[in-house]
Structures are given as C-alpha cells and as structure tokens.
Design a protein around this ligand. Sequence first.
Ligand code: PGA
Length: 258
Amino acid sequence: MGIAGRKIRPLVAGNWKMNGDKASLAEAEAVRDALLGPFASLAADVMIAPPVTLLAGFAAALGGGPVLLAGQDCHPRPCGAHTGDIAAEMLKESGASAVIVGHSERRADHGETNAEVRAKAEAAHRAGIGAIVCIGETKDERIAGLTLDVVRRQLKESMPEISTAANTVLAYEPVWAIGTGLTPTAEDVKDVHAAIRDVLVDLFGMEGDKMRILYGGSVKPDNAAVLMAVENVDGALVGGASLKASDFLAIVRTYVGE
Ligand code: PGA
C-alpha cells in the first residue's frame, strides 16, 4: 500500500533532546509558517518536543496552531517529593499534548525499565495527554537475532492496558540507529513494524490496528521518503534532523499533498 492509501493519519514528531534555547523558537515558528502556508495540504500531524524549559514559551507563541508540542519524559506521580522531575500534568499545563516515554536514552542513562515506562505512559493517560512509547533493540541484540523477541517483550511490558489509538503512539527506534546515521533496510523496518502491528492487535484489538507506529533512528531528508513508504510506518520520530526547520520540513514534506 502506498502512502496515499493509508488510513492512519501519520505523525512526524521532532525530539529536540537536550538542545535548543529561546532563540530556537524561530525554528519552530518556521515549521508553523510552512504548515500554514506551502504545506497547507499536509496529511499528517506535526509535533515538536523541545526541552521542558522551552515548552511554555513555545506554547505561548505557537499555541492553537498546527504545531503540536510534547514533553520528553515525565514522572509517574502527579506531584510530590521528586526533585528535578516533572509530572505529566505539569507538561499538559505547559502546553504539551503528549509526552515521549521510554526513549532509549532514558532507558540507558536512567536505567528505566519497561515497568517504569508503562507507569509513565499511564501518567500521561491520567493527565489527559498522549504517550509516545519508545521501544527498540540494541546492536548486540540485533546481531544475536533477538530483535523481534526484544521488541515484542518491550511492547507487552511497556504499554498500559487502557492504550488506545487516540492516547498512545508507538515509536520503534533501533538503539544502534539513533544518532549514528545508520538505518535498517526498508525490508527490516517492514518486518519489525509488521510484528509490532500483530502484537498491538493482539493486545488492543481494533485499537491496535489503528495505533500509529513511528519509525525513529537517523531519519533524514534523504531517507525519509523510503522509510515512510514502508507498510505500517505511520510517521517518524526525528532527533538530530528536527533541530533545523529546513531539515525537519524536508522530512515532513513526505506527506504533503497526499
Ligand atoms: P536521531 O534520533 O534522529 O538523531 O537518530 C532519533 C531519536 O532519538 O528519537
């Protein structure tokens, strides 16, 4: 099936990670201006997850417009003695409509387990924002032929029972592809996304069939069209190439006029 035949509205989300300052608002505004102008026929949602320090400012400048905003992480609890942490409710109040949970950098840097990722996704649902749940195998796991086992297990253990197509997005991000310039082949992406779709349908029935499955890991302007055309790829989670509006828009453009 070609991109035009898709029933699921894709999502292109930019994960700025620990990058950006107040001046970076200009990049987000350039994305907004394109969506309101030359990209007006875009058949996809577009989201930016800036560092939390910029969230409220971005919401003030972009709120109500076509660029959706997201947080990059949240604490499972709504409030309390958790120095340095941010509740999903706080992200929502600051203008986020979603939060990324379980990104591999969180799993690696902060030892986050599937159970914790699930609790964070449940927190997003409690707060009334979407959860973008990230999964993906490491290089060693791929070499050992464990990709599908790892991904299936992460999926089963990280997704809240009440996940629906409206409140949850799945992001498949092979750890070895993140920030490296390496990507799996389209055939590999197709196989993994098909396996993810099967598990989602097992777990959530019809909702699982409608849930968006993003591909993430070195998505760039020159490979976006090939990756986004793969069956069961319903958009992208973009890191490095989301920091400059021109690059991000070159990826978003994949869905213009569909
Ligand atoms: P990358 O990051 O596009 O820089 O590889 C993707 C991600 O970590 O979400």
